[in-house]
Design a protein around this ligand. Structure first.
Ligand code: DC
Length: 220
């Protein structure tokens, strides 16, 4: 099994970069954030308080998750669009902070990779540190706060100031939670995407992977 882990905060370019990287390599791509978002959607639909750790964990344990290409399914329903709404985005940091929820979703993510025999690009927050600590290559993408907010606002059409406040709140929650907080693995390679186009970031990562899929030894 060959795994390239692409981690980093929201708006750092993880999604665009990891999808483009997987397409260039002809590898599978797994978006782990979509699992946390789908779980959050289920919590909101069930009218459960996202802070209620045991009720949330019990619900999430009984859900069926499926990811196929760019689509996310929850109990067989395609929820790819609904998991990107403001309501889900606002609550996902609370749901993803619960230890039991993470345990369940990490298991699903590992199963997904085990079920895909070829190499895979996995994007998330804790892929290199927790989900696949033995990943062949670990990339930590980052960008300035201003640039991350600008990108997210362009995606969602919301005002930059509102997006910046939401990103700051999620950074704070995701970095300070007890259960696998958002932080780079010690052996991750940092790529600052602030002034780089997606293609340039992809080229840099491709340069660390041989055409055969072997990961080249990284200088330093
Ligand atoms: O990448 P994203 O915005 O779709 O992620 C949604 C939320 O899920 C984000 O606030 C952090 C959480 N998340 C996580 O805790 N661990 C992951 N591996 C992926 C996402």
């Amino acid at each position: 099994m060959k795994v390239v882990a692409v981690d980093g905060p929201g708006g750092a370019g993880k999604s665009s970069v990891s999808r483009a990287l997987a397409a260039r390599l002809g590898w599978s791509h797994l978006d782990t954030g979509a699992f946390y978002r789908a779980a959050t959607l289920a919590v909101l639909r069930a009218g459960i308080d996202p802070d209620d750790a045991s009720a949330v964990a019990a619900l999430v344990a009984g859900l069926k998750f499926r990811q196929e290409r760019a689509s996310m399914f929850l109990d067989g329903e395609d929820v790819s669009e609904e998991i990107r709404t403001r309501e889900v985005t606002a609550a996902v940091s609370i749901v993803s902070a619960h230890r039991e929820v993470r345990r369940t979703l990490v298991r699903h993510q590992r199963q997904w990779v085990a079920a895909h025999p070829g190499p895979v690009v996995v994007e998330g927050r804790d892929i290199g540190s927790v989900v696949f600590p033995d990943a062949d290559l670990k990339i930590w993408l980052m960008a300035s706060s201003a640039e991350r907010a600008r990108r997210r606002a362009a995606e969602t059409g919301e005002p930059v100031s509102a997006v910046a406040a939401d990103l700051a709140r999620r950074d704070e929650a995701d970095s300070n939670r007890d259960a696998s907080p958002q932080k780079p693995a010690a052996d991750a390679i940092w790529v600052d995407t602030t002034n780089l186009a997606i293609d340039s970031v992809v080229e840099r990562i491709l340069a660390m992977i041989e055409p055969s899929g072997e990961v080249l030894p990284h200088p330093g």
